[in-house]
Design a binder for this molecule. Structure first.
Ligand code: ADP
Length: 160
């Protein structure tokens, strides 16, 4: 059974994330989406909100589960019975950060590998930060986030 872990902050989940999850779910027997508890960026959505939105969006995909984790990513990966980390690559700017992360993970856990999936063209410039800006300034969100995330984002932005 080949299990992959797709880690991230998912603040909130975007269609770019969903694309990477669905594509990797066809390559592996099981994909565990790992939601980072202690993200360095101060999240807009709480951990529970981020996890629940992902669960909602992925409820129709059989071999994908959503978990949260804290601490070292490679420890979480091993706990899940996996040795593969999936990450998405958009522009060159992702490359630097992702390469550094992949190399440091291999230093602490040489048997854990990182697999990169190239973004689909339509999502190449999509990020959680961009959708938060869209929501703040009333830009349409239908091409950027799953349906159920739209109302949550707007609601959050209208909170005092
Ligand atoms: P992190 O804070 O760990 O970067 P994110 O939630 O921003 O977490 O992203 C998780 C992963 O998804 C990262 O590998 C990121 O590069 C990838 N990703 C984010 N947006 C897209 C997108 N539009 N297309 C492809 N991959 C993406």
């Amino acid at each position: 059974m080949k299990i992959a872990v797709y880690p991230g902050s998912f603040d909130p989940v975007t269609l770019g994330h969903v694309d990477i999850i669905k594509r990797s779910s066809k390559m592996f027997d099981r994909v565990v989406v790992g939601v980072l508890v202690n993200t360095q960026k101060k999240p807009l959505f709480s951990l529970d909100e981020r996890v629940n939105m992902l669960k909602d969006v992925l409820s129709g995909v059989d071999n994908v589960s959503v978990e949260s984790f804290d601490g070292l990513l490679v420890d979480f990966v091993k706990q899940q019975g996996s040795n593969v980390i999936v990450r998405g690559l958009r522009a060159l700017t992702d490359f630097d950060v992702e390469m550094q992360m992949a190399q440091s993970n291999r230093l602490v856990a040489p048997d854990v590998d990182t697999v990169f999936l190239a973004t689909s063209l339509e999502y190449a410039y999509l990020s959680s930060s961009v959708v938060k800006e869209y929501a703040r300034y009333g830009v349409g969100l239908a091409d950027s986030v799953p349906e159920c995330v739209i109302s949550k984002l707007i609601e959050k932005m209208n909170q005092p």
